[in-house]
Design a protein around this ligand. Structure first.
Ligand SMILES: Cc1ncc(COP(=O)(O)O)c(C=O)c1O
Length: 451
């Protein structure tokens, strides 16, 4: 049997982040201000440090990773690549399945790859306080951890439904010293506005972003940090795919398809974009983003300019969106409940260079449990979406009696999500139908921008 764990040395940790913009056939559409004109980069200075703004607009293929960031990466990177021998056997498939496991970070997911970088650049800019949002709690935990490492105070607006479903994520953030609030709160204009129209609002990532941005924009000592969507976040995550490429090479293989679950797009881009560089150079490789059927941004949204938050405080970004005031059903993959998506992932989907599918909640848990029973690792509900797609690819190869090499990103473990698994076992989880009416209503409120 070939290797199960394909490991790299600490000296193999990438020294640069990859910027996909350099290889995109068309340059990204710029973010726009309320006047419909491109936002001048310095306008972002109220909430972001200069080096992250520079990375946000950079077209350079490679961005050097500062040594202090690489030093912290050494705590868990390079992350292992596994060959899923046991899952392959359980599926009796002709396909080979590999997965890159990001759950080995202290916070349990891929999110610290960018949290550490963002905390570092803020510290360099003399910032001692950060606000952020979190859905599932993975991002908030990661920024809490990174803030602790660079002496930065962190306040986290946690989507209320997740705050209630996942009390131990909150404890985790508090252990690293962060303050956690259930969003919507009555501490911000944005939160008060939402609560006035819906006192029982379960919250959403869009609302939590509004609250965190508002606080950062109105306090001089505070910056804002985002866990996905933006270009710089996606660049930081490319350490995943760069390592995976080396590991696949070490295994003597190359993927036919690279899969990641997709909320704001960062873990998908993290594994897929370094392979996009090969695709742009003519290599045959499919890149597949997997989202929940209850929040089907890439597959049922419109490709248009929209706000990144619920209230309309952020610049307008050209992306697939379900409408900024769409509040998705309270599914258990909290990290995938976002109305929009990364502009870079959106553009590549729009141009037909990346594929996207949506899967329902119950089949994702079924796949996650099948994976855990074969491979041992209990996946995060978000990651179960990637597993579902990987299993379906393996079954399709079996049916077609074809070989297929599948690589997916196991973006995090599910140790703090066992309440969701309990509900699945008790038959209490629902397959929310695609909320067509709510999405149609929300799409009516898209800001009017000349195309
Ligand atoms: C484990 C895990 N995977 C995936 C995601 C989705 O985010 P993104 O699309 O930015 O990777 C999250 C978000 O919280 C997460 O916690």
């Amino acid at each position: 049997m070939s290797q199960t764990k394909i490991l790299l040395d600490e000296s193999d940790i990438p020294t640069q982040w990859y910027n996909v913009i350099a290889d995109m056939p068309n340059k990204p559409a710029p973010p726009l201000g309320p006047d419909g004109k491109p936002v001048p980069p310095q306008a972002l200075g109220a909430i972001f440090p200069p080096q992250l703004i520079e990375q946000e607009i950079s077209g350079q293929r490679w961005i050097p990773i500062p040594d202090p960031v690489r030093e912290i990466y050494r705590m868990w990177r390079p992350s292992p690549l596994y060959r899923a021998h046991r899952l392959e056997a359980a599926l009796e498939t002709s396909a080979k399945i590999y997965y890159k496991y990001e759950g080995v970070s202290p916070a349990g997911s891929h999110k610290p790859n960018t949290a550490v970088a963002q905390a570092y650049y803020n510290q360099q800019a003399g910032i001692h306080r950060l606000t952020t949002e979190t859905g599932a709690g993975q991002w908030g935990s990661s920024l809490a951890l990174a803030g602790r490492m660079f002496g930065i105070e962190v306040r986290v607006y946690m989507v209320k439904v997740s705050y209630e479903q996942k009390p131990f994520r909150r404890s985790m953030m508090q252990t690293w010293g962060a303050e956690v609030l259930a969003s919507p709160t009555n501490l911000t204009e944005a939160g008060r506005k939402i609560l006035a129209s819906d006192p029982n609002c379960p919250g959403s990532l869009g609302i939590a972003i509004s609250e965190a941005v508002e606080e950062a924009a109105t306090r001089k000592d505070t910056n804002y940090s985002l866990g996905s969507v933006l270009n710089h976040v996606l660049h930081h995550q490319t350490v995943i795919g760069q390592e995976a490429k080396k590991q696949m090479e070490k295994a003597g293989d190359y993927p036919d398809v690279v899969i990641g679950c997709c909320g704001g797009g960062s873990n998908f881009a993290g594994i897929a974009f370094p392979f996009f560089a090969d695709k742009a150079a003519g290599k045959k490789v499919r890149l597949l983003a997997v989202e929940p059927a209850s929040c089907p941004t890439l597959t049922k949204g419109v490709y248009a300019y929209d706000f990144g938050d619920a209230i309309g405080m952020t610049p307008l970004m050209k992306m697939y969106t379900l409408g900024h005031d769409f509040v998705p059903p309270g599914i258990h993959a909290g990290g995938l409940r976002y109305h929009g998506d990364s502009p870079l992932v959106s553009q590549l989907v729009h141009e037909g260079l990346i594929e996207a599918i949506a899967v329902k909640q119950l089949p994702t848990f079924e796949a996650g449990v099948q994976f855990a029973r074969a491979e041992g690792i209990i996946p995060a509900p978000e990651s179960c979406h990637a597993i579902r797609a990987a299993i379906d690819e393996a079954l399709a190869a079996k049916k077609a009696k074809e070989p297929r090499t599948i690589l997916f990103n196991l973006s995090g473990h599910g140790h703090f999500d066992m309440a969701a698994f309990d509900k699945y076992f008790a038959g209490e989880l629902e397959d929310f139908e695609y909320p067509k009416d709510a999405i149609e209503e929300s799409i009516k409120h898209l800001p009017k921008v000349a195309a």
